[in-house]
Design a binder for this molecule. Structure first.
Ligand code: 13P
Length: 247
């Protein structure tokens, strides 16, 4: 059976002192985790976290990656640069980037492609807004978002991780029920199956108010292969409880 992946997304949180404490507390409490674990840290802290995580079983993730290779793109960070800091995963297409930075499905697909070219596994986020869910458009929206990534990446699609993050569940305390999440994950799995014979090996994460109390039920669903965790990833004990639930 494929190992689950529990990935924290710290978003724009942390400080040198807070990161140091958080990672040391997680490492001290983790023991031999039987799932894969990663933390997505702000870019300025990659160097710090690379040192703290060296030789441990926690992988480093970036929260974004440039779609460009190099050059005159002020403020952007390339895949090659991320690689130098030991980044294994890059979160791409998070709804906050789509919403606040105007990232389109095509841009997200190009970022995923750039990550793969650099040997970084993209964690591609998809998810519907509340209005889209209420309009009965959930499947249509997530399929459109994923289709762009499949179209651009061809057979390499088997190397991505997909995260279903309903926008209305992010940071709101409103989690999708395990059944609701599973339903969308099954739709995504079917779409991936049509594109790749390796679809059963593609990790599908759930994200959106996953926490210590609800993780076990969500992670028990057949098509939920892990979690992308925001708020609860900032508290060592909560994150450790989620990691234990994924064992
Ligand atoms: O956006 C998320 C992870 O990428 C989820 O955030 P919360 O866990 O804080 O809802």
């Amino acid at each position: 059976m494929m190992k689950k992946l529990i990935a924290g997304n710290w978003k724009m949180n942390g400080s040198l002192a807070a990161n140091d404490k958080l990672l040391k507390d997680i490492l001290a409490g983790m023991g031999q985790a039987t799932c894969e674990v990663a933390v997505g840290v702000p870019a300025v802290y990659l160097a710090q976290c690379q040192i703290l995580l060296a030789g441990t079983s926690i992988d480093l993730a970036s929260q974004d990656i440039s779609a460009q290779e190099s050059g005159a793109y002020t403020g952007e960070i390339s895949g090659a640069m991320l690689k130098e800091f030991g980044v294994r995963y890059a979160i791409v297409g998070h709804s906050e980037r789509r919403q606040y930075h105007g990232e389109t499905d095509e841009v997200v697909a190009c970022k995923a492609q750039r990550a793969l070219k650099c040997g970084i596994t993209p964690i591609v986020c998809v998810g519907e807004t509340l209005a889209e869910r209420e309009a009965g458009k959930t499947d249509e929206v997530v399929k459109r978002q994923l289709a762009a990534v499949i179209h651009t990446n061809g057979h390499c699609i088997s190397e991505v991780v997909v995260a279903y993050e309903p926008v209305w569940a992010i940071g709101t305390g409103k989690t999708a029920t395990p059944e609701m999440a599973q339903q969308v994950h099954a739709v995504l799995r079917a779409q991936l199956k049509a594109a790749s014979e390796h679809a059963d090996c593609i990790k599908l994460l759930y994200g959106g108010s996953m926490n210590a109390a609800n993780a076990a039920q969500l992670l028990a669903q057949p098509d939920i292969d892990g979690g992308l965790i925001g708020g609860a990833a900032l508290k060592a004990q909560d994150f450790l409880t989620i990691i234990a639930a994924a064992a």
